[in-house]
Design a protein around this ligand. Structure first.
Ligand code: SF4
Ligand code: SF4
Length: 174
């Protein structure tokens, strides 16, 4: 039958020559390729013992930032969630009370803030959309896990740890 692509090749079955029948040249050729690879630089990185330096543009795990007084910057405006092409971000907003002035910078804050790391494509659009400089993809990469539910990161994993304000003022004074 006529081939549609016209790329069909007719294979000729020539009788093998003497050298082809003894296989020795083919074995020597194969061995020479193997030996050549012994002296080549190995491109494999033995992770996790060996870690390649990260690129300056590396986007890792998100972190929700605090201001200079240690208060959460996020105001639960939802812009990051709206800009996310993977619909990986969800949140529930709450009103700040008088007693919570030291915890949250804005009148509204995210009582719940979750990112589904299995959906996230680390595009960085949430970081760009945030008007409060509250979210950055400046962490390391997301670690492997066994269950899908463990890839939904809440505030316990996302909010950056509290820092010592006295130390910060000392470093800025120096
Ligand atoms: S990095 Fe991109 S995909 Fe991931 S949460 Fe942000 S906007 Fe969504
Ligand atoms: S992280 Fe930024 S963009 Fe997202 S809800 Fe908080 S303040 Fe808004």
């Amino acid at each position: 039958m006529q081939s549609l692509s016209n790329r069909k090749k007719v294979l000729e079955q020539k009788p093998m020559s003497f050298w082809e029948r003894i296989y020795l040249p083919a074995i020597a050729k194969g061995l020479s390729i193997t030996i050549k690879h012994f002296f080549k630089k190995i491109p494999t990185v033995k992770y996790p013992e060996e870690i390649r330096p990260y690129s300056k543009n590396f986007r890792g795990q998100h972190s929700l930032k605090r201001d200079e007084q240690g208060r959460e910057r996020c105001t639960a405006c939802g812009l990051c969630a709206l800009s996310c092409p993977a619909e990986a971000i969800t949140m529930i907003a709450a009103e700040r009370t008088k007693e919570e002035l030291h915890l949250y910078r804005e009148e509204k804050y995210a009582a719940v803030y979750e990112i589904n790391m299995l959906r996230c494509i680390f595009c960085g659009l949430c970081e760009e959309a945030c008007p409060k400089e509250a979210i950055y993809l400046d962490g390391k990469h997301v670690t492997a896990d066994y269950l899908r539910k463990d890839f939904i990161y809440g505030k316990d994993k996302l909010v950056e740890p509290k820092f010592d304000i006295t130390k910060l003022s000392q470093t800025t004074n120096n």
